[in-house]
Design a protein around this ligand. Structure first.
Ligand code: PLP
Length: 482
């Protein structure tokens, strides 16, 4: 069948009142009542006429332009693009897992329910908190869910005056966005010159209106909040809750636990901390963990164990309700579970140590040439600044990022966090070898030595060089054109 024949067929099927001659079993007027006449095309769409081989070449060549963690070093700070082991893909693809239907009865999918139940317990243990809900579909969704839990908690306690969420100015943009969507007012807390929470500013803004302090630890500058104990005590003394943005858990898993340093609730980015394919907004998984007295408000269903069987529990009177269809992104949770069970407690700690070691190694290699305003030690990532280079050689963070593409590297995150001017946020992750880090550092140092005017037009080797990002977002061309 040619393309035109198949589009003829589609056209024929979509014509109200016409009978579908080419489908033998179909002798009723097709879709007559379903499609309004003005929505029906009067001619087949002008699709390109191509043979299979041409189509295959087109898509294979497109796929070869795709940059991924499987093809290139991807030091995208904050997004944690670590390698996704292939054995997890194989396990997730097992028919007993991949072919399950979310509407199956509990007794017909006990294995999957056991995995989810076990994942709830493991994530609670790693967090040092009491209960876990797996539903949120990504980190930002976890933030929103936890803030809705906090809102229900205060409503129940009749503390209606708690309308504010305090957020450090170095936080990820999703923090204030989640707080606003959950109905809270947001208050920004300053960072000190060292990139940590300014305790004086926090104290001056903390009062009986404070519901939650959202803190990212390690923070987005790649620093551990050295005063975390004092900070969480201040918040608790004011009767408020501490929320930990757990996006950077890959720097502390197995070394310290959020519950132990005073967090009352947190989210995980399973896809970043325990691996899972992600990028460009998903699919992810952002389970939340909470302390015991917040557990009644968690979204339903939770997975519970009843004797020797596992079931989904919906009957939780104080729940905020469902936040996601079915049980969350089960496929990502499954991959995260494989990662955790493969490494075990000792391996997870080693993962953390290697993530921190790799970041510090890279930092040490480039620090003499690239300013790192917040110290010569970091956690899993560091934020360099191209400010001085921009002043002296007209080389901006964007120039460096673009030029790296010519050498086959994904660019680091740029211009975030906002508190560091001309920011380049570099996160190598634990899976990279010393050779890869050496080669990347050498390339970075070489680029810094290049001529500013030359860099201004980089990259030179990619199909598109300098797209107008704002225009592309506002006027995306999503259709094939002749
Ligand atoms: C610090 C921080 N918080 C929150 C998020 C949001 O997580 P997600 O992209 O899973 O929604 C990110 C994502 O990069 C992050 O880095």
């Amino acid at each position: 069948m040619t393309n035109n024949q198949s589009t003829d067929l589609l056209f024929e099927i979509s014509q109200p009142g016409r009978r579908c001659h080419r489908l033998p079993a179909c002798d009723v007027p097709v879709r007559q009542s379903l499609l309004p006449t003005d929505a029906v095309a009067d001619a087949p769409p002008p699709l390109p006429e191509l043979g299979e081989i041409d189509l295959i070449r087109h898509f294979v060549n497109l796929s070869k332009r795709n940059m991924s963690i499987d093809t290139n070093f991807y030091p995208l700070g904050s997004c944690t693009m670590k390698y996704n082991p292939k054995r997890h893909e194989r396990l997730a693809a097992l028919p007993g897992m991949a072919n399950l239907h979310p509407l199956q009865s509990d007794d017909s999918c006990q294995g999957m329910l056991e995995m989810l139940w076990s994942m709830q317990n493991i994530l609670a243990e790693i967090a040092g908190l009491d209960a876990v809900a797996l539903q949120p579909a990504a980190g930002a969704h976890g933030e929103l869910t936890a803030l809705l839990v906090a809102e229900a908690f205060y409503r129940d306690r009749k503390e209606k005056q708690r309308t504010r969420v305090l957020i450090p100015d170095s936080a990820h943009g999703t923090n204030p966005a989640s707080a606003a969507i959950a109905g809270f007012d947001t208050v920004s807390i300053k960072s000190t010159a060292k990139g940590l929470v300014d305790l004086a500013d926090l104290t001056s803004k903390l009062d009986e209106r404070t519901a939650v302090f959202m803190i990212t630890n390690p923070n987005t500058i790649g620093l551990f909040e050295s005063q975390i104990g004092a900070i969480t005590k201040l918040i608790h003394d004011a009767g408020a809750l501490v929320y930990l943005d757990g996006a950077n858990m890959n720097a502390i898993v197995g070394v310290t636990r959020p519950g132990d340093f005073g967090a009352d609730m947190m989210h995980y980015n399973v896809h970043k901390t325990f691996t899972g394919p992600h990028g460009a907004g998903g699919p992810g998984s952002g389970p939340i963990a909470v302390r015991g007295d917040l557990a009644p408000y968690l979204p339903t269903p939770l997975v519970v164990k009843d004797g020797t069987t596992f079931k989904l529990e919906y009957n939780r009177p104080k729940t905020i309700g469902r936040v996601r269809s079915f049980f969350g992104n089960v496929g990502i949770l499954l991959r995260g579970y494989c990662y955790i069970r493969t490494l075990g407690p000792v391996g997870l700690r080693e993962m953390t140590e290697n993530a921190v070691l790799n970041a510090n190694y890279l930092l040490a290699l480039v620090q003499h040439a690239l300013d790192v305003p917040n110290g010569n030690r970091c956690m899993h990532e560091f934020v360099a600044s191209a400010s001085k280079l921009k002043r002296t050689k007209h080389i901006s963070a964007m120039e460096i990022a673009k030029r790296l593409l010519d050498f086959g590297y994904h660019a680091p995150t740029v211009y975030f966090p906002l508190v560091v001017p001309e920011a380049l946020m570099i996160e190598p992750t634990e899976t990279e070898s010393k050779e890869t880090l050496d080669a990347f550092a050498a390339t970075l140092l070489k680029i810094i030595e290049e001529d500013g005017n030359f860099l201004h037009n980089a990259p030179y080797t990619t199909p598109i060089s300098r797209p107008n990002d704002a225009k592309a977002f506002k006027e995306p061309i999503l259709r094939w054109k002749a």
